[in-house]
Structure formats: C-alpha cells, structure tokens
Design a protein around this ligand. Structure first.
Ligand code: AMP
Ligand code: MG
Length: 292
C-alpha cells in the first residue's frame, strides 16, 4: 500500500500541475445540497436532515459545474471531490461506496475539445508516474504503458450490436490502449445531438486490460425547454433543480462540456491492482460490512 500511495501522490501532483498549466480554476467540492446527480443507474442516495431540511450527499459535481462556469469568468474548472454512492451492484472490483472524483468542466467546449484535453492529461500523468515511480512500479510488478494519442473512438450502439450488453468489458480486454465509447443514452444533462435526435454528444473513457470505465462525461444541455423536456423523458422530478432551471430560463446557463474520473480507478490501473479496494485506504465495498 505504501507503493500504491506513492503512485497516487505522483499522479495527483501531475493532475494539479496539468490543470494549473492549462489555466483551469481549482474549486472546492460541494458535499451537501438540495439535489445531487440523478445518475443513470439506480443508487440509494445518502441523505441527512438538518433543521428539518433534507440534504443529499454528493454523488458527483453535476449539475453544479455548469452553474459555477455560468457565474465565473474562468474558462474551465475542476475539483477533486469525495462522492458517496450506495451502489446496489456487488462484486464488480471497480465500485466503492465512497470514492474521489476529479471532476472537470470547460466553457464553450465541444466533446472533441474535452476528449483531447483528457488524452493529454492521461499522457502527462502516466508519463510522470512511469518516470518518477520506477521503484514502486517494479515492487508491484506493474509494467505501465504510456498510451499513444489520439485514442480510438467507438460508438456505443455499434458495440452493443456487435458484442451485446457486456460490450465494455469485452472491448476493454481486447487491447492495450485506452479508448473512447461515445453516444450513451443517460442523464438529462448530457446533450442530445440536435442534428440527430436520440443520439447523445457524450463519452466514456475506458482503460484496457479489462479494467473498464475510467471517465464519463459529455456536452451539456443548457437551454431551458430542452432541459425540461429531457428531465421529463428521463423521469426526473424538476422540483429540486429549481435554481438550475431559473438560471437556464434567464438564458444565463453557458454551454459546457465536462466529465469526471475516479481517482481510485486510475490508481488501480496505474498499479495494476486486482480490485479497486487494493487502491484505496478504508475501502467501503458494495455488499460488504464497513470495517472502518
Ligand atoms: P459516472 O459519471 O457516474 O460515470 O462517474 C464518473 C467516474 O467516477 C467513473 O467513470 C468512475 O471512474 C468513477 N466512479 C463512479 N462510480 C464509482 C464508484 N462507485 N466507485 C469508484 N469509482 C467510481
Ligand atoms: Mg459512467
């Protein structure tokens, strides 16, 4: 675990250095709010009640990030944020009940801009770890490859047709480079392609060697009517999102693209750990009793 934590330390420094070089504003996490990310899979929300008001514990920094960019002059923001998700699925080797997410959002960016930004970040982080953590990688028996850019891009509907529901794991096991899967039908805030309704301008980044999903994100909906219609279609109650909807109604929500990646999943991949709990201190594993 000492070697794992040293690699995590180097990776986080490389992430912060990269963000600073790119002029990305570092914001602090939001831990509690009236709403949190609805996500596209069912997760029990963690809640607390303070003076009669029900507050949700953060599952991700969506949809706070576009609100922040609408208020600040910054071209881009990021945070390293704790997230709590009472995941229902057990035994995945890549889910924790509590994890940390590097959550990024860029103003006026298209999905290609964001994807390129992330590819550069990955190369920068992997190169730093490979160069400065030789001893630790050797101790862990990990031969780490710095991927070549641009990463391959696959369309989800085509992968589903070819490989069925387990497409992500199958393709992840096939190659040795990170790759993108685009066009997922999911949360109301990921932008639908106006030129091709029923398609979505979003993406997942996937680690090779069977490690699976690294990051999810997309271009975001920012127009009031479209957000309302997307909420209705995905069965999301608009009431808790009143503040977001008011900003959108005033035409003040700016177009953005963004995404988030899990720190523990990145450290798991960098170190070649069998399970995510081998890359986290005090891991809380879905389906298992919490020890500490
Ligand atoms: P999402 O937008 O829900 O896909 O979450 C963004 C990223 O956070 C994922 O791509 C993972 O890297 C990470 N992540 C999500 N859920 C978990 C979890 N339960 N445990 C660890 N990492 C997670
Ligand atoms: Mg995801």
């Amino acid at each position: 675990m000492s070697a794992v934590m040293q690699i995590q330390t180097r990776a986080l420094k490389a992430i912060h250095d990269y963000m600073f070089e790119k002029g990305v504003t570092h914001i602090m996490p939001v831990i509690m709010s009236t709403f949190t990310d609805p996500l596209s899979h069912k997760v029990d929300d963690a809640e607390i009640i303070y003076k009669g008001q029900r507050l949700k514990i953060t599952k991700s920094l969506m949809p706070f990030k576009p609100l922040v960019l609408s208020a600040l002059e910054s071209a881009a923001i990021y945070t390293v944020s704790p997230c709590v998700r009472f995941e229902k699925e057990t035994g995945t080797k890549r889910h924790l009940l509590e994890f940390s997410q590097v959550d990024i959002e860029m103003k006026d960016a298209k999905k290609e801009d964001f994807m390129q930004f992330i590819e550069e970040l990955i190369v920068s982080v992997f190169s730093a770890v490979k160069k400065d953590c030789k001893k630790e990688l050797e101790q862990l028996g990990r031969s780490l490859r710095v991927p070549e850019t641009p990463f391959k891009v696959f369309k989800k509907p085509e992968l589903v047709e070819k490989y069925g529901a387990d497409f992500e794991t199958i393709v992840s096991r096939m190659g040795s480079g990170l790759f993108w899967i685009i066009d997922h039908k999911r949360e109301f805030y990921d932008k639908e392609d106006p030129g091709k309704l029923g398609s979505y301008l979003n993406y997942d980044l996937v680690y090779p060697e069977g490690f699976g999903e690294a990051l999810s994100g997309g271009e975001r909906e920012y127009e009031y009517e479209q957000i309302l219609s997307r909420m209705k279609r995905s069965g999301v109650d608009p009431a808790p999102y009143r503040a977001l909807l008011e900003v959108a109604k005033e035409g003040m929500l700016v177009p953005t693209s963004g995404g988030g990646f899990g720190v523990e999943r990145m450290v798991r991949y960098l170190t070649g750990a069998e399970r995510i709990e081998d890359a986290a201190l005090f891991p809380k594993i879905p389906g298992q009793e919490v020890l500490i």
